[in-house]
Design a binder for this molecule. Structure first.
Ligand code: ARG
Length: 417
């Protein structure tokens, strides 16, 4: 009899993937479970044990926190990427790393397939499938939840029948995905976009009404577009992000209520908590404002929007994303310096920024002493700059459809001496 094929499953320890271990085994696979730590505070040893008890032939636990920040989150921070201007993409950035690690373990184990627990309605299936295709076109992708046609009750029944432990998370009315860069919450009452998110969706951020009565000032230092310290203390990546999640959350910063467009054509309401991401994107932008030329800054905004769409759509590993990063990296060479933020009751804003190579020059901007700007030169510049509209007015007459007469109220007060 030929040996049964091996498959590597992304195992979270939740209901879907626990049932999947058993179901895939019934389909004829030897299942290797892979659990990756991206910073959600879970008991990984317990999950590893559960995988084996549920029928996995081997169970891996991998600490992915450093590569996650270094190779996925940091480039995206430098790009300044927000999906649809709101979502810092914690989940979207985690998936390509998980898929890449599935591929690596599949190679080590001599597996012929990888598997994930995504449904057929979301973005995550796309990210897993497309990434696997990009990195290992020979590997099969199996998505049991997409294929087995069981609803939640069926799964619970299946678990009971096969003696599969039902994890505690089954009690939660929400579907949650969590890593260092943020927490994504959907389903339950959130499916009604008119309903305000109830207090129990939030775990990282304090209700602004219960936040400290005084604002907090925070200084973040960047080197070439990457955060390296907070309040004068150098911090390694993981600690820095954890620290900003903690202080940001304590001041209620980082709540996002997004009605977003999924790749597969559904509109969906998702709530995010991402204090560190919100603070870092804000501070990074402020530092770019003072260090990038106008032209680079404006072009980079378009790159950021394109980047966000690519990443959201599962195209992290793609020629365009790589090419865009070449541009982004080039722009970050002078983005070093410090940004001072204030945090207060759900808000964060910039109150100061400085950079050794800043393009802001007081001698040019000042209205006070030391003005080195030649104001008389402005007249000639403006004459040429405005030449086009002046010519159009002279040759083609009135340029505006606005009735200028209507701008003045009928009762303009006019006095004479
Ligand atoms: N909508 C987000 C995305 O597509 C998060 C998806 C996972 N969310 C969840 N609550 N399980 O990136």
């Amino acid at each position: 009899m030929p040996e049964r094929e091996k498959l590597v499953l992304a195992y979270s320890g939740g209901l879907d993937t626990s049932v999947a271990i058993r179901w895939l085994t019934e389909q004829g696979y030897r299942v290797v479970a892979l659990t990756i730590d991206l910073g959600e505070k879970k008991d990984l040893d317990a999950i590893q044990q559960r995988a084996l008890r549920t029928g996995a032939v081997a169970a891996y636990v991998v600490d992915g926190r450093v590569p996650f920040l270094r190779d996925f989150v940091w480039p995206s921070l430098q790009a300044g990427a927000l999906y649809e201007r709101e979502y810092p993409m914690a989940t979207a950035l985690g998936r390509p790393l998980i898929a890449a690690m599935l591929v690596q373990i599949a190679r080590r184990e001599g597996a012929t397939a990888i598997a994930h627990g995504c449904t057929g309605k979301g973005n995550d299936q796309v990210r897993f499938d497309v990434t696997t295709g990009a990195l290992a076109p020979d590997l099969k992708v199996v998505a049991p939840v997409r294929d087995w046609g069981m609803n939640r009750e069926d799964e619970l029944e299946y678990a009971r029948r096969h003696g599969i432990e039902v994890p505690a998370t089954v009690e939660s009315p929400y579907s949650v995905d969590e890593n260092l860069w943020g927490r994504s919450i959907e389903a339950g009452i959130l499916e009604d976009p008119w309903e305000e998110p109830p207090a129990d969706v939030y775990e990282w951020t304090r209700d602004p009404e219960r936040c400290p009565a005084r604002p907090l000032t925070l200084e973040i230092r960047f080197e070439q577009g990457l955060p390296v310290g907070v309040d004068g203390r150098p911090l390694p990546a993981v600690e820095l992000v954890e620290e900003l999640n903690r202080v940001g959350g304590a001041h209620g910063v980082g709540r996002i209520d997004h009605l977003e467009n999924r790749l597969i054509g559904i509109k969906s309401r998702e709530v995010y908590e991402a204090p560190a991401a919100v603070l870092l994107l804000l501070a990074h932008q402020a530092l770019e404002d003072i260090t990038l030329t106008k032209e680079v800054a404006r072009f980079k905004e378009r790159v950021a929007a394109e980047w966000a769409e690519l990443v959201y759509d599962g195209l992290w590993f793609s020629p365009l994303r790589e090419a865009l990063y070449a541009f982004v990296a080039q722009t970050q060479r002078h983005v070093s310096g410090e940004v001072r933020l204030k945090l207060y009751r759900g808000h964060a804003w910039v109150v100061g920024r400085k950079a050794p190579e800043q393009l802001y020059r007081t001698e040019l901007a000042t209205y006070g002493r030391g003005d080195q700007f030649d104001q008389r030169a402005a007249a000639g510049f403006i004459k040429l700059f405005g030449m086009g509209v002046r010519t159009a007015a002279e040759v083609q007459g009135r340029l505006s459809s606005l009735d200028l007469e209507r701008l003045l109220p009928p009762d303009v007060k006019r006095l004479t001496p």
